[in-house]
Write a protein that binds this ligand. Sequence first.
Ligand SMILES: [Zn+2]
Length: 373
Amino acid sequence: MAAKSKKRDEPSNLPLPIAPELLTAHQNPIGNALAQWKEQGRVPPVLLLAGPRGCGKRDIAFYLAQTLQCENAGFAEKGEDAHFGLLLGAESSASVGAAPIPCGTCGSCLRALSGQPLDFREITALEDSEILKIDQFREMKESLGFSGFTGGSRIFLITDAERMNVQAANSILKILEEPPRGWIFLLTVSDASLLPTTIVSRCQMLRMRPLPEETLRALLIRAELPRERVNVLAALGQGSLARAIELSGEKAWEMRGILLQFLLQPQASFHPLIDYAAAESTQFRILLDQFEQILNDLIVNAKGTGPGYKNQDARKVLEDHSARCAKRKGGMDAAVTFWIDRSERLFKIRREMKVLNAKILAGDFLSPWMDAV
Ligand SMILES: [Zn+2]
């Protein structure tokens, strides 16, 4: 998958319209928050969507923006005395308790659904690996003092806000402290602890959870992935659509086959796996993600009374590996000790791979298997 060179600012990449399954999965807290804001007559001006990678934060942010700007959802300005950023209107008392939803037919919704919303700007790294720099916030600051086009909120989405460098973060602190009337900031972050506390303290946080497996399955079917892979990908995605889709690519799937061979005949697959891991950090991570779940499957099913295998497509391989490893190591307890040891090493490698040589780390991780089966 060409995730690395993915450009985010092209309309074709806008996540529209949102899949209903995604909305259902995040009904709590998103729907609840919308209902609460409507009831209270106020939308917090700085919102932080915090949740693990691939749980749909950006899609939900687009949905929130559409809802807040929809002329019929009860948040948009009505009349000359309306105050920006605050919701009002006769409807606000009509549906207290129910989550307001965008109508999908007003001018504002149509623009949003066509990928050209007014008074909305996404600030994001153009490449997946880049950081957000101060220049990217300049345009936003230059529009200070100008009112919006529609009379509704002016919304800024800062995607992957943890990528802001220190200067960029400092440059927007004051605006976040006292946002101009009518401005709403949506920030997404995979881990709020990666943001400066000065930023977090200005935000109302909406915590989003990993996606349930059945939601992932539905979203993967929507993405028209091969049916025979969907169940495995949904189980291995660990609540992350991004992770499941990464693994669905032909190259990653082919490497999965080699990885499974490795569990039975490590010598033959050792070098191909290392080359794959060393070529790109994303590939190394895809490999580690799979090893993590394989090790987990092996450990929890070691006594034969486990919950079953997440790696449904590899049950036979894992059972064979398990039996061989127990024989070679001198018992199932020793095999489990070996797998736990590999799991611990794996977690260390996730940190070390940011600074150390991938080829050496991959070799270090894989070589103990040579005399384990
Ligand atoms: Zn609408």
